[in-house]
Design a protein around this ligand. Structure first.
Ligand code: ADP
Ligand code: MG
Length: 348
């Protein structure tokens, strides 16, 4: 009798422990509801999904940080550091560490791409006005005039003093092709510092995922169909702890006489880049590099773009060509799900 009671209690204890354990497990996997937030910052829609009890605080801190970066680097904010540089040619302008880092990296990519990626693109961006109410096709001579000022070699940097100087009157910096990448990495830092292990950030096409989903599966990130506006996905990629940054002709553009004029400009022609690509997605660990690279390769085109890619370790790419061909770098073959039959895998 006594033994039977002991066994009964032991079995009961095991059952209780098992139920408690399963409950804890479920709570860890499914119980934490994600916090979702959307806002408009840095000229684009920003979305975040964060798992964790302090999710709201992390989102607030992240959005505040993005606002700070926008206030430093936007060409549309007259008090930004970039505006100060642009309105004071010939003067050494002292900037903070954020702005300096982004300009420095932008100039590195300008060197790497022979000026196709060009942070001195400002006069040309202004002339076309794409994405603004003043968008238009400029006259040839206007384009020629603007191009005379698009020269990244006239950006003087002083690492010691952290100053930036534009050598010629009329030059202007535009960090639109790289600032969001820097900003996405900053959000990741904030999330990781708070010990959250699972989060998703989308800064208008700059996607960054932290960890995996709480149920242990990878994040599934959609690749935009470049023939349509936002929200049409033509493929998906499974990733953990990665960034996916896309540059495409669909992000900002206007159409005139059946021609699409988009916002990524080729500094050699003065016209929207026409390299044979509809979009370029970079998959890697750091968004800062990914942003610079996606714009660079979009302008360089498939052949030169892939050449550049080979020079850099740990970077994968998915390119979509004008004839709806898909080119994948070797490291992501097999990890991409093509969801639309209009697209054909070409291989490299
Ligand atoms: P998005 O900002 O849509 O994600 P990108 O990262 O490719 O796309 O950046 C495009 C922006 O970069 C343009 O809106 C413009 O501000 C700027 N830009 C345009 N052409 C160039 C270029 N050749 N080099 C560097 N920046 C550019
Ligand atoms: Mg970019």
């Amino acid at each position: 009798m006594k033994v039977a009671k002991k066994i009964y209690i032991a079995v009961l204890l095991i059952v209780v422990v098992m139920i408690t354990f399963t409950a804890c497990q479920n709570k860890r996997e499914n119980g934490t509801q994600p916090k979702d937030a959307t806002t408009f910052l840095m000229g684009t829609v920003v979305q975040m999904r964060v798992y964790g009890s302090n999710a709201q605080e992390i989102i607030d801190n992240s959005f505040a940080r993005l606002r700070e970066i926008e206030n430093e680097m936007s060409t549309n904010i007259v008090s930004s550091e970039i505006s100060r540089i642009n309105t004071h040619p010939g003067e050494d302008i002292k900037v903070n560490a954020d702005t300096y880092r982004v300009i420095k990296k932008a100039v590195e990519y300008a060197n790497l791409t022979n000026g196709k990626f060009n942070p001195a693109i400002g006069p040309l961006v202004k002339l076309w006005g794409i994405g603004t109410e003043n968008a238009r096709v400029p006259a040839e001579d206007e384009i020629k005039e603007a191009l005379k000022l698009v020269n990244y070699q006239w950006i003087d940097l002083d690492d010691e003093q952290m100053t930036v100087m534009l050598e010629k009157q009329g030059m202007s910096l535009d960090l639109g092709a790289i600032a969001k990448g820097y900003a996405a990495d900053e959000v990741r830092r904030i999330v990781k510092d708070s010990r959250v292990v699972s989060a998703y950030v989308n800064l208008g096409g700059n996607v960054l995922v932290i960890g995996e989903k709480p149920d242990g599966t990878p994040w599934k990130v959609g690749i935009q169909d470049p023939r349509h506006n936002r929200g049409n996905v033509m493929a998906s990629i499974d990733v953990r702890d990665k960034t996916l940054v896309t540059s495409g002709n669909y992000e900002r553009y206007f159409e005139m006489d059946g021609v699409i004029y988009h916002h990524i400009l080729d500094p050699d022609t003065g016209y929207p880049a026409d390299s044979g690509l509809l979009s370029c997605t970079i998959i890697t660990t750091d968004s800062f590099d990914a942003d610079a690279l996606s714009t660079s390769i979009f302008i360089l085109g498939p052949a030169k773009g892939l050449e550049l890619l080979e020079e850099i370790d740990g970077v994968e790419a998915m390119l979509i060509t004008k004839d709806l061909g898909i080119i994948l770098s070797s490291g992501i073959e097999g990890e991409v799900d093509i969801l639309n039959d209009d697209f054909q895998l070409n291989g490299m």
